[in-house]
Design a protein. Structure first.
Length: 320
């Protein structure tokens, strides 16, 4: 994730100290509120066997795990760096883990979100492919495994095993650039940026729009099926999760594409201080988007609130 809360010498005068502190505070508050929500959703998933075994939840579970690592490691370390101005705690292994989560795990979540687009189409409009073990193997488990492990394996090699001189600087974000990036071929740098981030986000945006429109068009037909409630739930869940990526990643992608097309100064005043930092937001709001789509969780929350109200009423009546 090529963004950070701090400022470079080039644009330090363009960003007020007040905004930097406000942004830092907002991300810290968001992280503090998001972690308990992650834990609550994980508990619900682990305690509900039906939720764990449902095919349409597998990619969501992996997305939650990947984004939880990104939230607790990448955003936390970036926030500490922004506050102190240096990496703390600092050690070569911490730097390597931070770099790995920032690249391998974060790009992995983007890949999983792209697969979620394709899988939702299969599950809703071609569910017959999932009826046999062979169909589930080729239409679900194999592609899910590929998109889940491709970038983590790639960056595990590039960060931990690639033969290059590793130098860690505590005064630089992520302890400095990954060593492979200083000697890698130019074609790989372009491939890395396009194939692992830019193209997936654009395809997520395109397929999300097409899928939602097609679902609305086929709504009357799908309502006649016995699995209508399941299809509706899957689309609501997918829409909430995918929009968290589209809304907060697409503006950054659009500006970078325009700048790379011959307009290098387009929106440069807002790219680094504002737009580029939005890519952190999906990791913060993802558990809430998931929470809204799980009907059983909402029922538990309503039951808990009702229990609290009844208990308060009972205590009041006892006192009186």
């Amino acid at each position: 994730m090529q963004v950070n809360f701090s400022t470079s010498a080039k644009n330090v005068d363009e960003i007020s100290d007040v905004w930097i502190k406000i942004e830092f505070s907002l991300f810290i508050i968001g992280e503090m509120l998001s972690i308990p929500c992650y834990l609550f959703v994980f508990y619900h998933i682990l305690s509900e066997r039906k939720v764990r075994r449902s095919i349409h939840n597998h990619v969501i579970i992996l997305l939650l795990i990947y984004n939880f690592f990104d939230l607790t490691i990448d955003i936390t370390m970036t926030s500490i760096y922004s506050f102190f101005g240096y990496v703390y705690p600092f050690s070569p292994m911490i730097c390597l883990i931070w770099q790995y989560v920032d690249y391998g795990i974060w790009y992995g979540s983007i890949s999983l979100m792209f697969w979620a687009c394709l899988e939702r189409y299969i599950l809703v409009f071609h569910s017959n492919l999932m009826r046999t073990k062979r169909g589930r193997l080729f239409a679900h488990y194999l592609p899910l495994t590929f998109f889940a492990v491709y970038t983590p394996i790639l960056y595990f090699y590039l960060i931990f095993l690639y033969p290059c001189q590793r130098t860690f600087v505590p005064s630089e974000l992520r302890c400095g650039p990954i060593c492979y990036s200083t000697i890698a071929s130019l074609w790989f740098i372009y491939y890395d940026s396009l194939a692992n981030y830019t193209i997936p986000i654009l395809l997520i945006t395109f397929f999300t729009s097409i899928l939602i429109l097609y679902f609305l068009k086929q709504k009357s037909h799908l309502k006649q099926m016995s699995k209508w409630n399941l299809y509706r739930k899957m689309m609501i869940e997918y829409s909430l999760v995918s929009m968290s990526y589209v809304v907060f990643d697409l503006p950054y992608i659009i500006i970078v594409i325009i700048q790379s097309s011959g307009y290098p100064h387009f929106a440069s005043q807002i790219l680094t201080p504002y737009i580029s930092h939005l890519v952190y937001v999906p990791a913060i709001i993802l558990p809430y988007a998931t929470l809204l789509s799980f009907s059983r969780i909402k029922q538990k929350c309503c039951a808990l609130n009702l229990f609290k109200r009844n208990r308060q009423t009972f205590q009041s009546s006892t006192v009186n």
